[in-house]
Write a protein of this length. Sequence first.
Lengths: 346, 349, 305
Amino acid sequence: MENKYLVNIENERLSFFTPAGEVKALNDVSFKMKEGEVLGIVGESGSGKSVTAYSIMGLTAYPGRLVGGTIEFNGHHINDMSEKEFREIRGNEVSIIFQDPMTSLNPVYTVGNQIEEVIRLHTNKNKHEAKERAKDLLALVGINEPEKRLKQYPHELSGGMRQRVMIAIALACEPKLLIADEPTTALDVTIQAQILELMMDLREKLGMAIIMITHDLGIVASMCEKIAVMYAGKIVEYGTTDDIFYNPKHEYTKGLIKSIPRLDAKEHERLVPIEGTPVDMLNPPAGCPFAPRCDSCMKICLREMPPVTFFGDVHYTQCWLNQKEEFEGKAPEESAVEKGKEASNE
Amino acid sequence: MTKKNPLSLQLNINPEDFLPASNDEKESLVVMRESVGFWRDGFRRLRKNKVAMTCLFVIIVIMIFAFIVPSFYPYTYSQQVQGANNLAPFEYSAGEIARMEAGEKIFPHVFGTDKLGRDYAIRVMMGSRISLLVGMVAAVIILLIGSIYGSIAAFAGGWVDLAMMRIVDIIYTIPDILLIVLLSFALKQPLKTLAAMPGFGWLSVMGENLVSIFVVFALLYWVGMGRMVRSQILQLKENEYVTASKALGASSGRIIKKHLLTNCIGTLIVITTLQIPSSIFTESFLSFLGLGVAVPMPSLGSLASDAINGINTYPHLLFIPATVISLIILSFNLLGDGLRDAFDPKLKN
Amino acid sequence: MGKYLLKRVILAAVTIWAVATITFVLMNMVPGGPFLSEKAISPAATAALEAKYGLDKPFGERYLTYLKDALHGDFGLSLKQRGRTVSGIIAAKFPVSAKVGGIAVLVSLLLGIPLGVIAAYKRGTTIDSVFSVVATLGIAVPSFVVCTVLMYFLGVKLGILPTLGLTSWKNYIMPVFALSAYPTSYIMRLMRSSMLDVLGQDYMRTAKAKGLSQKVSLFKHALRNAILPVITYLGPMVAYTLMGSFIVEKIFTIPGLGGEFIKAINGRDYTMIMGTTIFLGTFMVFMLLIVDIVYTIVDPRIKLK
């Protein structure tokens, strides 16, 4: 049963122990991924998207530490893996593409050197075979004149090319899971589209699963099968792409969707931003972290963390509004009283 | 459609809880961390740095001994006690013992005396005073010249910058010891003449050598500071916030005051603090060569240098000034490091 | 490359010329000629001596003659060491200083770089604190203190190391230690801060994500980027260390160029001062050129232009 899933994260809790105090970066994060599945993690800066993905590879930056929950990946129990065991899966079974291709490649080594390095580390290929493989990889990611590029240094390539090189490095050992951490944020819009297209192409050819971390809903809509919306270290809503876009249940998700520019918008219609700033993760509120910015905020939202509400097998959310519907459904008289009070308040 | 969540039953939920929350209630939840300014933030960090605070304390103690204690100390640095040559610490001369037996109170020679019968403790204190003075005055001179030179080069740019930097390179290439020696020789006569003129009597009190050391520092050691300030300003000038404020119509004066200076000042403080020990270092080295302050004025370097020949018999005469000078340099260095950690905005994490 | 080298050589020549001129002018500003201290000499004898060394000629003429000779590597006769040429003295003394200094440079590199890397890698731990205290001490304690303390305890009190000359390998221990204390500490601190900077770079995260071991990450990916400031420091450091330190040479009685230089300054041995200064200046400029070339090898982003 468990083996069915490539990634299975249950109630992951992760904190950064800074001099100012414990920053609870992840709070009860759970999700599962099948092989070959594409999951999008959406959220604003600091919501814990990258931290979640990095923890699968054991790349959590100091002073972060896993404080609860279990992570399984491809049959490995990540929680109790040593650094040495991590080294065997990194770049091999799971690899990653970072946000900024300008700084992610080492400036003092050639592109070829950096690709061959990972091939020779995880396979038995000799120097010559590694070079051949590197050349094939560059061709695969759509770089012309691979022979020549191998000898070039990163600063001699454009941003889009460098990101292609990063993808080549990530795919060198045919990983089961590819984590793409905002792979197109630092690129021009036209290059963005090319890189995304390339990634989808490669996924079809090689069949790896992808975790797509982004704050761009447009990207997840076109690429992903499942979407997790994160806010302040929690998955506030999870579902298939259709669930999230056509039936969003969390106020934050609704806000995100409203803030996407639409082609069919009427003239002069303005985008609706989400007002306010994220909560201070050093002193997280007792209730729903989104409550202070939520237009439909209720008294209980400020006091208690909302429980999980499921809609179907996959789609779930953490929001009191959905509980309210349920509560009202159960006790119609009381809800009438409530409405009366509401009216008198106004 | 919706599944029932068992959790919701365990919680004590009233219908009122589902009433909309007022804005005030929402506000109360948003805990804003108070914003702290550059200086307060830096000082807060500095106070937390135990090493830097200890060093600051050590420096203050040494300064008290160097500048305040000598004014009421029973001996002076040039006073020779008859028959009290080369005493060990807390030892009294025959004459002093006789006077003590006669009921007189004699202040002990805490560090003993030197070969001329001068109390060594006061000489070390005076030596520290000279060394600290040299260090701090030199640092201020260097700060002024270096930052003005560096910022002119950075702002002017083009061939002015090129020429100014070549001058720096040339000064850098000449062995500093040569320049120091030649300059102090060359300056001796003019300074003597100047000291003889009315109003310049203080020159001979300080000693021509000491004054020429300051002149040498002013002429030579600003080059490092000048280079640093130039590169700092060049770097800052390229920053987007400078371009942004230019685009918003800010005047050059405002840009210099608001952006360049505030961003530079941390670095300047740090470099100046680190310059103090290096000037003390150089002065002690010069005194060691016999090119420092004029006798009978002591400096830590000259005290150490005088003690070298007698090292086998009176090692404490060397070790005391050597320890004090190492302590001063060490404290200033560690304090400088602490300041850098606290005030350099690039090192914030 | 060739064009760049030519430009650098011309610039270097200008720098050396300026150094020679400044030294020459300064020396002529110093009151009292070279033979002033020898009191026994009569005015007539002084005049004769000055005529012999060309000191009676006008300033401008002496300057031109000097520059012309210096171009041919001829720095003239030493004024104080009768019958010896300046070039001859430099040729005899420089190798002595260079040998001690060369060992000291090697020691400071071999100790300073790895210790700095370890301190950066173990930042915030006890090892880091201990290293940083040692490095700060190495910077804070003046070399004459290091020398005399070493001399007193190892040489005099314990008597396990010889204190004079350079006759056996044991003689090298104390001078090399004294010479390398400062550069080792300095390189260590430089290496640590530059390494910390590099360890925070994105490409280090990439290296980790590839599954590389810490050793490979540190020594292949980080070191080559972090070593650039050390290389910059090495240029002047090597030049000064090889030229010899006056203090170390005086205390351990090493017959090197550093001691010779101070002797020349104190004795107003004009030709010797000029010769040594130009030699050091040339050496320094040469080292800076080498540093620039090494830079472009280590960091392909930097182009010689």
